[in-house]
Design a protein around this ligand. Structure first.
Ligand code: 5CA
Ligand code: ZN
Length: 398
């Protein structure tokens, strides 16, 4: 439970990828948040944790500003990389996905991350996705290539409030480079535009598939998030979020699919977190340079120290996980704990205002952490309200 704080904080401002500006993440009535969830293998590395901790901070600020929050996360439990890993290790893909999903949720809980109201697996939404793709075909925003179905970017741009580049602001050569790296198939013969993404993959021997209105097959990637957001939240979302590796093609086309289906934008604000590196490169499953939350906690590292190490970084920066960073966070946690153990005076000091002021400015957790450092280094015992503010806004219980 997130403790309630006296009064209300202001609505946070965060950076919007589409307009490249700092804008108020102001809910219309309820805050509707969709954050792209994991593809369940190699969970949960520090990069995942950093992304979900950034949106955890945003949720805490919305709650503090007096808003109700509706939060949804998908689980990409059927997709090429997951199937490839399952095949390579000889584990059934369903077993791999179930085990890793479970581990991810345990890790999030240990880090004190507020869970989504709904975790929705791609495999739970096959019928809804097939129906959405059928509607895109009917509207002329999709076309078949053999057994597969692609999104027609040009047709969708002509008939909906979306155009290629609306979310990502990228030029075409960069887009072509990124789709090739990130699961697209620009070379596939028969496509109307090399950038058009797959909406539906017809059944292949040895791959999972489902019987649907489209025939047998399985969902593409971007349509999964578009459909889940539409089913579980009110659109436009207050914020659509994820790591910056998802700006293009994933969020560009999730927005495109949604606009083509509903005539409205997916989100009012597109937010992206920086990428965490390890040993000089982006921490990623494909490179295998992973630091897992569960390996750290199994070896006796306190989850609160991991949380503090992440919060001491700016969420939009790319940064590198190091042993020194963790050691520093452990020291910081020890110093905050010693401060808290000095006893409690009643009431508050200026801590709550200081934390609010730092965090509403593009989730400036390093400034918030520095504000606590300054108080912990001073001589006096904390006020009860200081510790409540740290617990509610930074998720660190002292
Ligand atoms: N299932 C898709 C999203 S629909 C996916 O990207 N899964 S993932 O497991 O690869 O990543 C889960 C989340 O963590 C995504 O929001 C992704 O952008 C983010 N992420 C992945 N690697 C890093 C990293 N090194 N640093 C920060 N965030 C990362
Ligand atoms: Zn997604």
């Amino acid at each position: 439970m997130v403790p309630r704080l006296p009064g209300h904080g202001a609505v946070p401002r965060i950076c919007d990828t589409a307009t490249r500006q700092l804008v108020e993440a102001r809910p219309i009535a309820v805050a509707d948040l969709y954050v792209c969830g994991i593809t369940p293998y190699d969970a949960t590395h520090i990069g995942h944790a950093a992304t979900y901790l950034a949106y955890d901070t945003l949720i805490r600020l919305w709650l503090d500003a007096g808003y109700e929050v509706r939060y949804v996360q998908n689980t990409t439990d059927v997709d090429d990389p997951l199937l490839e890993r399952a095949a390579a290790t000889g584990i059934d893909w369903r077993t791999l996905a179930a085990e890793q999903t479970e581990l991810f949720r345990r890790d999030m809980e240990s880090l004190g991350v507020i869970p989504p109201d709904h975790y929705v697996a791609a495999t739970e939404m096959i019928g809804q996705v097939a129906d959405a793709v059928r509607r895109l075909l009917e509207r002329g925003s999709a076309y078949r290539v053999d057994d597969d179905i692609y999104f027609d970017s040009a047709a969708a741009a002509a008939s909906s409030p979306w155009h290629l580049g609306q979310v990502s602001n990228l030029d075409r050569p960069t887009m072509l480079e990124l789709v090739a790296e990130r699961g697209g198939d620009p070379e596939r013969p028969g496509k109307r535009d090399a950038l058009d993404p797959l909406l539906w993959r017809g059944a292949r021997d040895g791959e999972p598939s489902w019987e649907t209105v489209l025939g047998a097959g399985r969902p593409g990637w971007h349509i999964e998030c578009s459909v889940i957001a539409q089913e579980f939240l009110d659109l436009p979302l207050t914020v659509n979020g994820g790591g910056s590796d998802l700006v293009f093609p994933h969020h560009e086309f999730s927005a495109g699919h949604t606009a083509a289906l509903t005539g409205a934008p997916l989100a009012n604000l597109y937010s992206h977190t920086g990428l965490v590196a390890y040993r000089g490169e982006k921490m990623s499953k494909s490179r295998g340079n992973l630091v897992l939350v569960s390996s750290l906690t199994d070896s006796g590292v306190e989850a609160r120290a991991i949380r503090l190490a992440v919060l001491s970084q700016r969420y939009r920066d790319d940064w590198e996980w190091t042993d020194e960073l963790l050691a520093e966070a452990e020291q910081r946690l020890a110093s905050w704990s010693a401060w808290a153990a000095r006893g409690r005076s009643a009431g508050t000091s200026g801590m709550l205002d200081g934390l609010r002021a730092a965090l509403i400015h593009d989730l400036d957790t390093p400034a918030a952490v520095a504000a606590v450092d300054a108080r912990a280094a001073g001589g006096s015992a904390p006020a009860e309200g200081d510790l409540t503010a740290i617990n509610a806004l930074l998720g660190i219980r002292l």
